[in-house]
Structure formats: structure tokens, C-alpha cells
Design a protein around this ligand. Structure first.
Ligand code: SAH
Length: 399
């Protein structure tokens, strides 16, 4: 006999959130005594018993409910819904990401598959479950089978992020190859080649969400370039095609070692000769270079997320301002700054305000060339603001 799908009642605030198009309900908007197995499908109702849809439940996360469908569906219908959603996600990328062999195939909430991430790096797919539900063996199997049908030539690696697993109270697990033979490959973005190894100690890959911004940066970049927070060379390798000299800075030696390997792959098409890789704290390096009077024509700032929580925003903005101020001071007239923030909690408006304040302090007149965000394979779901996180502002220094 099939057991009935559990029902969870959400309070008025939770109901309003869902009615406004968000997919999440926080634990504080649920009754205190919810007794539902972790990772199961639940029917969501308001306090008057009206149906709000079906959701996936987590007993660990503050995000207790992630809505999957506005219809009420059963566990038996779940596999076909997931297959359909994955197929739709794949089709969307066929329209938006044609010029690359690497893109995000499934972006969680933005593909109405909350808790599931799938990235494609050429012929290797990397799948990651962010929630108890998508960590279920049966759901992982359905996802795996569907991906095999959609991408028959690709291997599949299940990535386990220990931090996320702890938040969801999931048992520790190692990343593993679950289909095919390859867990490493070489992939191409904008004709630039990168190593990818899903199982190596130091995870390789690039920030797929920056793919279109790499290309945009290369359209404006010129002269002497400095790429701060270079990681495995994402921006630096693109700048190397058009700039006379490129320096990539990162505090992580393993990241720079892979950046160098990536450089080898692309050397023939570099205009700048060797890229100079520097292992350093970018804050210190910018400070030293600025006081030494160094100048550049192009600077990229792509730091890690400074504001991981709302409370950290003020401190984060101070960090961004310090970096941007130094960079703006070091740019020659006509120079270009590509400045990014991947902190969801820092809005584009706040980021622009910070940049304006930095320009004023640096005594520079600055013109915005482009206001950009994440690549199209990381779509933004309106009414789920958390799906929009990346800012990439390109400005030029006026003469
Ligand atoms: N621009 C990169 C991604 C940057 S990710 C790309 O497009 O691929 C952020 C990087 O910042 C990481 O590689 C991390 O090692 C580095 N990092 C963090 N703090 C740093 C610091 N204080 N100075 C220099 N690098 C730092």
C-alpha cells in the first residue's frame, strides 16, 4: 500500500511568501511539532487548508520547505516531474549556451529543481545535491538516468561538498564517479581552454557564471593588465589574448599551479607572452603597488564573497571599497576596471554606491561601460532574489 503524502501547514507569512512567487518557507513559519521524515515530498497547505502545492522537506535546514510544484503531486509522480524539469533545463541551455561546451545545466531554484546543481564541463557532468531530498538514493538515480539520456557521451561525477552536507546533516561522503570513465577533461569557454578534474584534491574548473563576463572583459581590456583573485586564471587567460602584459594574483598556490597549466594550453594564442603569476594577498599587493606608483590599463577584481550573511554587508562593503579605491587610483586615463561581487547580500545598487564613493575618494571620473551579472545558464528566477547574486561592473577612467 502506498502511504499518503504528509501534509504541512504553513502560517500566514509562509503562505504569503509562496503566493508571492518565492519557493522557500522557513522553519519559523511552520508549526513546531512537524513530524515528517527528512527529504520527503510534502503537500503544503495554508492555515485554512487550501492547497499551495508540493514541496521537498528538510528537517535540518532553516529553509524547511522548497516548493517543487504548485500542483499537489505524489511520490509516484515525482520521477516524471523531475525528468521533465531536467529536460526543460537542458533545452533552455541549448538555446542560451550554444557557443560553449561548458555550462550550468541545472541551477536549483532557477530551474524549479530546488536543491539540485548540475554543471557540464565538456564531456564530464558534475552533479551536486544541496538538500536532503536530492541526496536520496532514488532521486539521485533518477537524475543520473535522465542526464545519461540527455548527454550519452558524458561521464557523471557526484560532488559532495562537506560544508553543505553538514548544514543539511547528511552523512559525510566522498565525491565519486558514478557513470563513465573520465572524471577529468579539458573544456573550452570563449575559445580559451581549461583543465577540469572533478576528483583531484584541488578541485579544478572555472567559474562558469563568469563566462560571458570573461568575454566582455576581453572586449575592453588593453595594455598592461592586473587580474586580482585570479584563481585558475579565468580572467587572466582571456586578457592574455588582447593585452601586452598580464599579471594574475591569488593567495592560493595550488590555484596558481593550475592557472599555469591552463596557460600552457593556451600559450599559442597569447599576445602577452608569459603571464606573470604572483602568490600574494591582493589587499597587501594593491596597497604596495599603489604606494609604489604602479599603473595599469586594465584591472580585474573578482574576490570571493565577502558578505556571507546580511550582517556582514557593512564590513564587506568596506573591503570592496578598499580594493576598488586602490585599483581606480592605479588605472591610467582610458583604463578599464572590471569589478565583481558574488555576494548575494550586497545588492547591485549598494555595489554601485560603493564604487561611486571609491571613485570620488580616488578623485577619478569614471564612466560605466557595462552592468553585468551571471551568465545566462545561471538564470534568475524573478521573485526568488537569491538566484541573482553576481555583479560585474565594467567602467572606464575618463581622461
Ligand atoms: N576570478 C576567478 C575566481 C575567483 S574566486 C575566476 O574567474 O576563475 C576567488 C579567489 O580569491 C580564490 O582563488 C581565492 O584563492 C582567492 N583569494 C581569497 N582571498 C584572497 C586574498 N586576500 N588575496 C588574494 N587572493 C585571495
Amino acid at each position: 500500500m502506498v502511504s499518503p503524502t504528509p501534509v504541512i501547514t504553513v502560517n500566514r507569512r509562509g503562505t504569503a511568501r509562496l503566493r508571492n512567487g518565492h519557493l522557500w518557507v522557513y522553519r519559523s513559519d511552520l508549526p513546531q511539532n512537524v513530524d515528517v521524515p527528512r527529504g520527503t515530498l510534502v503537500q503544503v497547505r495554508d492555515e485554512r487548508g487550501r492547497q499551495l502545492g508540493s514541496a521537498l522537506y528538510s528537517d535540518a535546514s532553516q529553509i524547511a520547505i522548497r516548493l517543487l510544484s504548485r500542483e499537489e503531486i505524489t511520490e509516484e509522480q515525482l520521477p516524471s516531474l523531475l525528468r521533465q524539469r531536467i529536460a526543460t533545463a537542458v533545452k533552455f541551455r541549448q538555446q542560451t549556451s550554444r557557443d560553449t561546451d561548458s555550462y550550468r545545466v541545472v541551477f536549483s531554484e532557477a530551474d524549479l529543481l530546488p536543491g539540485l546543481i548540475v554543471d557540464k564541463y565538456n564531456d564530464v557532468l558534475s552533479m551536486q545535491a544541496l538538500t536532503q531530498a536530492f541526496d536520496r538514493r532514488d532521486l539521485r538515480q533518477i537524475v543520473g538516468e535522465t542526464l545519461a539520456e540527455e548527454f550519452p557521451a558524458c561521464s557523471l561525477v557526484e560532488r559532495a561538498d562537506q560544508h553543505i552536507r553538514e548544514l543539511e546533516q547528511l552523512p559525510g561522503r566522498a565525491s565519486q564517479l558514478v557513470r563513465g570513465e573520465r572524471s577529468s577533461t579539458i573544456f573550452t569557454m570563449n575559445n580559451v581552454r581549461f583543465h577540469f578534474d572533478a576528483l583531484a584534491g584541488q578541485k579544478t574548473g572555472a567559474f562558469l557564471d563568469q563566462r560571458e563576463n570573461y568575454a566582455a572583459a576581453a572586449r575592453y581590456a588593453h595594455g598592461e593588465a592586473l587580474d586580482c583573485f585570479s584563481y585558475q586564471g579565468g580572467f587572466a587567460l582571456h586578457l592574455a589574448r588582447v593585452c601586452e602584459h598580464v599579471t594574475g594574483v591569488d593567495s592560493s598556490r595550488p590555484a596558481l599551479e593550475i592557472a599555469e597549466q591552463n596557460e600552457q594550453l593556451n600559450r599559442p594564442s597569447h599576445r602577452c607572452g608569459d603571464i606573470e603569476w604572483i602568490e600574494a594577498n591582493a589587499f597587501d599587493l594593491l596597497k604596495d603597488y599603489a604606494s609604489a606608483g604602479r599603473q595599469y590599463d586594465t584591472i580585474v577584481l573578482d574576490p570571493p564573497a565577502f558578505a556571507k550573511t546580511k550582517r556582514a554587508v557593512a564590513t564587506a562593503l568596506r573591503g570592496y571599497k578598499e580594493l576598488n579605491l586602490r585599483a581606480l587610483k592605479m588605472l591610467r586615463p582610458g583604463g578599464v576596471l572590471v569589478t565583481c561581487s558574488c555576494s548575494f547580500h550586497v545588492s547591485e545598487a549598494e555595489f554601485l554606491e560603493m564604487l561611486g564613493a571609491a571613485a570620488a575618494d580616488a578623485d577619478r571620473r569614471v564612466r560605466i561601460l557595462e552592468k553585468r551579472g551571471q551568465a545566462k545558464d545561471h538564470p534568475i528566477l524573478l521573485n526568488v532574489p537569491e538566484t541573482a547574486y553576481l555583479k560585474c561592473i565594467i567602467v572606464s577612467i575618463m581622461h
